[in-house]
Each structure stands twice: as C-alpha cells, then as structure tokens.
Design a protein around this ligand. Structure first.
Ligand code: ATP
Ligand code: MG
Length: 389
C-alpha cells in the first residue's frame, strides 16, 4: 500500500499573527518551486502544516527533494481514513498489513484535533489497536519500546494514519530573523557558516573578493558553484563579486608583510559593512574559527573587527575542523570547496603572518594610506552581482 499524502510539519516559528502567515507562505512557495517538476502533486495548507497529496510519485523521492527547506520539523508519509471508527480500523489494518514483514511489536498513538468526534484518543487507540491485534498473527503490543508506532491523527474532515516520522532540516524559515551579508570564500568554512546562518532564519546575501588576474576564472566558478549549492537551501542567493586585486597589490607594496593579512581582512570587512548598509543587512557572517590560522587568534579577531559596528556573526567560532568538514559533507559543499583553485588570500600570504597584530600600529599604518578608502569605495561601486538559483 502506497502512502497517499505526506504530512509536512512546520517547526515552532515562535512568531505570532501576520508574520507567521508570511513565513508559512514562504515555505509554501519554496515547496511549490522544488516540486514543480511533479505536475500531478497537490499541496494543501493548514495552520502550521502542509499536506502534499501524491499521485503515484515515490514519497521517498519527494521528501528528499524538499528536505533542505528550513523551518520544516518533520515529514510523515500517510494514508487517510474517513472520520468514522470502523473506517479508521479498516484503513489502519490495511496499512499495518502492507508494512509488516515479520512478527513485530507495536502500539497505537492517537491525536484528536477534531473534538467533535464521538470517541476520545484513548478509546480510539483501544479500538484500533485491538482490531489490528486480532487480525495480524504474531503481532504484540509494547507500549514502551515498540518496533512500530501506528499513529492516528484525527483532523476536522479526515484522519491520517502513519508510522514514520522523518526529521526535517529544522531551524527557522529564511528571513524570519533578518538579513546579513555572508563573506563567502572558496574554502570549506564559510559555506558551512552560511548554511548555519540561513538555518537560523537569516536571509543571506554573499560577498566574494577575487583577485583576477592573479587568481583564475575557475576560482570564481568554484564560488558560483558553492553559491548555487547554498541557494538550494535558501531558494536563491545574490552574490556580490568584488575585485580586490588592486587593493591587495597596493597593501602589499606598503612593505608590512607580517601585517598584510590583518590589513586585508580589515579592508574586506569595511567593504562588507558598507555593502550591508546598502542592502539593509544588519550583520556580517564569516567562517572564522578560533585559532584555525594566524588571522583567527583572539588578538587578530580583535584587531580585524575593531571598528566594525555591525555584529560579526561567526557560527563556527568554537568548532573544530573535523566537525566543520562533517557538516560540509552533509550539506554538499565539501567536494566543491576542496577543488584546488587558489584563493585571493593564499596568493598574497606572507611567510610569517602576525598572530598578535597591534591595533594601534595597524590604525597608524592605515591613516597614512590616503588612497585606501577611495579604492575601497571604488571596488564596491564596481561590484558585479549575480543571482544564483
Ligand atoms: P574558509 O574555508 O571559509 O576560506 P579559512 O579557514 O580559509 O576559511 P580565512 O581564509 O582566514 O579562513 O578566512 C576567514 C573568513 O574570512 C572566511 O571564512 C570568510 O568568511 C572570509 N573570507 C576569506 N577570504 C574571503 C574572500 N576571498 N571573499 C570573501 N570572504 C572571505
Ligand atoms: Mg579561505
């Protein structure tokens, strides 16, 4: 027996009134978009859930397609029954018979949203459970640790019967916690940080600094591929490509090799903060992780972010590399990230970057670089935008 419908449960959005409706609508649109190739599917909405009515499609395949969507807590492939005790018994038995392959233990759990139904939850589980127990040989009841939990969900006009609850991506719907700019490099960390930020309900726009002609077009393609992967979760992703070659060469010519990375990072952050202001974003997300490289010691982070007013969100700050890699594999960015194309920073990296850059020294150096802010503004103005779907 094939499931007829997939119940899609939304997480606790902790949002009231109109906003909740807007975010439910957003998830609905994302589901519709991802399921567009399945022309015969019908989607019904109800408060805090959706019902995806199948028409012969594989439920596993459909769940896999919509699993990346944030704000969905779980899925259940189900069949329906009329609001009638006899109908529930018959349908529940048919369902159990179709999935049982060997003698197993089970229990019945009933939820009754329809308070007008004649019988309460306990009575329904008693009558449905007893009916199945009588009809299926070798089946036993175990209320503590059953192999199968048969659930009957009695709604207003129909009852749903199912045994499986598949976990969704969780989190909050994109945009429900505001908007931030993700600093997206071609590395392993920043795409993971972006995914975590989106999962937490942030709408993301990305910024990427490239050093063409010192870096190749292929390195840029890699960032596009990463962006496309992230767009799978967010619906779409706007990426701003900023040419950083000129600023980088000029910074290099200042003859401060040990402070070069610090100066570069400060410059990138200033440009990112300006972009954030232009795009009405209230935060900056990075893939930094404490102690990972010289520019990510506490002292470096302090000097790099000192003048930035917007919150710098670093979802990976306390994570170790192996955990980050695991996540990257899970969300499908790892294989893209490890393609061997050079990053703008690795090319210019000095042999001995400072792990303890002195803020006052850096500030003094920057004050003397009269060209700096003008070049940063120019780089931002010449920003090349791309919307990835
Ligand atoms: P990643 O794997 O994200 O590249 P990383 O360990 O290589 O991280 P760094 O190169 O020190 O770390 O960069 C730290 C953070 O700065 C990155 O996670 C990213 O958020 C940002 N960043 C670095 N390079 C760029 C770039 N070219 N464009 C945009 N953001 C960048
Ligand atoms: Mg990097």
């Amino acid at each position: 027996m094939k499931p007829e419908v997939i119940i899609v449960r939304l997480g606790d959005l902790t949002l009231k009134g109109k906003n909740r409706y807007i975010f439910e609508k957003k998830i609905h649109i994302q589901i519709q978009k991802l399921l567009a190739p399945y022309e015969k599917i019908n989607i019904k909405t109800e408060f805090a859930r959706f019902y995806i009515e199948l028409n012969g499609e594989s439920y596993n395949e459909v769940i896999e397609v919509i699993k990346p969507i944030f704000g969905i807590s779980s899925f259940s492939p189900a069949i329906s029954a009329e609001i009638d005790l006899k109908a529930m018994q018959t349908r529940a038995l048919e369902w159990m018979q179709s999935i049982i392959s060997k003698p197993q233990t089970f229990k019945v759990s009933v939820k009754r949203a329809n308070k007008e139904f004649l019988y309460d939850s306990l009575q329904v589980s008693y009558w449905v459970g007893g009916y199945i127990l009588n009809a299926v040989e070798g089946l036993k009841v175990d209320v503590k640790r059953p192999d199968l939990e048969l659930r009957v969900d009695i709604r207003q006009h129909v009852a749903y019967i199912f045994t499986e609850v598949v976990e969704g991506a969780g989190g909050f719907p994109i945009g429900s916690n505001g908007k931030a700019i993700l600093m997206l490099s071609g590395g392993i960390d920043s795409p993971v940080a972006g995914w975590m930020a989106m999962r937490q309900g942030l709408e993301i726009e990305a910024i990427h600094f490239h050093s063409i002609p010192y870096t190749s077009e292929r390195a840029k393609m890699k960032v596009i591929e990463l962006g496309e992967r992230l767009a799978l979760y967010g619906g779409r992703l706007k990426v701003h490509f900023i040419s950083f070659a000129e600023i980088q060469t000029r910074l290099q010519n200042e003859g401060q090799p040990n402070l070069l990375i610090t100066l570069m990072r400060r410059s990138m952050l200033r440009i990112t903060e300006k972009l954030a202001q232009q795009q009405n974003a209230l935060g900056i997300v990075t893939g930094e992780s404490l102690g990972q490289v010289a520019s990510q010691t506490l002292s470096s982070l302090h000097t790099i972010g000192h003048e930035i007013k917007l919150p710098i969100l670093r979802p990976l700050i306390m994570s170790d590399k192996s955990t980050i890699i695991q996540k990257a594999e899970q969300i499908g960015t790892f294989d893209i990230s490890i393609q061997p194309y050079e990053d703008c920073c690795t090319l210019f990296i000095p042999k001995t970057p400072s792990t303890n850059p002195n803020l006052k020294v850096v500030q003094r150096l920057e004050r003397k670089m009269l060209w700096l802010l003008e070049f940063e503004d120019k780089a931002l103005q010449e920003d090349e935008q791309m919307v990835l779907q």
